[in-house]
Design a protein around this ligand. Sequence first.
Ligand code: IPM
Ligand code: MN
Length: 353
Amino acid sequence: MNYNIAVMPGDGTGSEVVNEGLKVLKAAAARAGFAYELTHYDFGGDRYLRTGETLPDSAITELSGHDAIFLGAIGHPEVKPGILELGILLKARFALDLYVNLRPVKLFPGVETPIKDKGPAEIDFVVVRENTEGLYASTGGFLKKGTPDEIAVQESVNTRKGVERCIRYAFDYAGRPDRRGRLTLVGKTNVLTYAWDLWWRAFNEIGDADYPRIKREYAHVDATCMWFVKNPEWFDVIVTDNMFGDIITDLGAMIQGGMGVAAGGNIHPGRIGMFEPIGGSAPKYTGQNVINPLAAIGAVQMLLDYLGQTEAAGWVESGIIHAVSKMKSLSAGEMGMGTDAVGDLVAEFVIKG
Ligand code: IPM
Ligand code: MN
């Protein structure tokens, strides 16, 4: 196999963590025996300040020719909040139709969780968030803007096709050998009776017709937040809409040990996937070799899994667990070693097994 991988380090500490991710990718490729080619792109805050460009249409065309994208972090202190998020991250999600946002919430051995009496056996689930519709579809508008009578409408768009493809992905995921065959729909059927009626019907119709062996559950989104803290072991795979998924995955990141380890993927199955550490660009740590690269390395693990290099993905996960056991802390500046040393630990482990 020869994969085409686009690399977008982005802003702040993005390039430092991406370097460590690439180190691990190289080790995984050497051991697994696959080849890959990298294309680097400098989209991010600096380029925006220089050229006014975020992610132009020509870049979308180029990116779409790749098997996967490895993204560092987006966010620049001199750029107004929203510009890069909308112009780069959300633009890529929509233009490349990356309809699944995949967020594993897994507590690795040795990582501290704020949840009392819960460990790796209890905190191990995956959130499948719809990534192109819902409240993120940007439909709605203002009436009488700027007047005392102003009205702002922000609509949640839920298409049967969009909901169905996301739910099917989640059912398939719940059926993987490394999952426990349980899929929970997280919604708000008691109040949002149009959107969640459609989701509910699609979920049950698809489940009945094509996934009889997957156990189906339902939880309201507010109760889900409670369960994440009280009984996280209740979850295996979750499927939900864009906005709810955004909110619950930040809570998920915290219970798995924080932004230092949380990774995510934006996927159009069979076409392309974009993988990223989900923490920000942490600009104040730039260039100091103190940022934790494990989330970016976790993104490489997800990228490998997406490409079908399942075994290599497993080595990377073992390497992350190995590195955690040697680190003093997962927080920037307190790891007891440099960013590059963490990457070396994982890469060496991947090579040697
Ligand atoms: C995420 C982020 C993004 C989102 C922001 C940066 C636009 O919070 O990936 O979860 O809201 O989806
Ligand atoms: Mn978010």
